[in-house]
Design a protein around this ligand. Structure first.
Ligand SMILES: [Zn+2]
Length: 191
């Protein structure tokens, strides 16, 4: 679980008092504890407001041999959740796969994981857009990987605006992601 940005890299300025790095960290901590409660071990790239090079984030994921990698971002553009999968072409694993193309081995699984996340967010009434983008360091990740960018939800169907610092909204997002990861794990185990 990578809470994008941090330390000297604040990410997007979401409001006068809200920076992207704080939203991603809050979500990461929320997700880690929700997943741990379901017996799923989570390795996070950061647990505080720390400056982390992209290389270090990828190293953490690859050293952990993660079953799933999620890169968390937050944005004021669009609504709901944007899911990004690497645009890299699928490749077959070789004895020594270069670090730069590690994601090529997993990209088909990454697309499947994005589909599972899409289903869970839709179930939770959070609108989703899917796209391919080389969100750094996704191409270096040796695991099924999806970047999850969370945007506010405008008022709809009687529900009020849900902003990125709204704890109810954060927990709605986290619960949907937990549901997706549980479904993913069950699917993986049955194979
Ligand atoms: Zn970002």
């Amino acid at each position: 679980m990578d809470a994008a940005h941090g330390g000297t890299d604040p990410g997007a300025k979401l409001s006068d008092k809200l920076q992207e790095k704080d939203v991603t960290l809050a979500l990461s901590i929320r997700l880690r504890s929700a997943l741990a409660a379901r017996g799923i071990a989570v390795v996070t790239t950061r647990e505080q407001d720390a400056t982390l090079p992209q290389q270090a984030r990828a190293e953490t994921a690859n050293r952990a041999q993660a079953a799933v990698c999620l890169l968390l971002h937050a944005s004021n553009s669009g609504v709901g959740v944007h899911l990004f999968v690497s645009p890299t072409a699928p490749i077959l694993p070789t004895k020594i796969t270069p670090w730069s193309s590690a994601q090529g081995i997993f990209v088909q699984k990454s697309l499947k994981l994005a589909g599972t996340l899409n289903g869970a967010f839709t179930q939770a009434s959070v609108p989703v857009t899917l796209a391919r983008a080389a969100i750094v360091p996704i191409d270096n990740l040796a695991c099924p990987a999806v970047a999850v960018e969370v945007s506010p939800l405008p008022p709809a169907n009687g529900a009020p605006l849900r902003s990125l610092d709204n704890t109810e909204y954060q927990s709605q997002i986290a619960e949907a992601m937990v549901a997706a990861i549980l479904e993913w794990r069950n699917g993986e185990n049955s194979r």
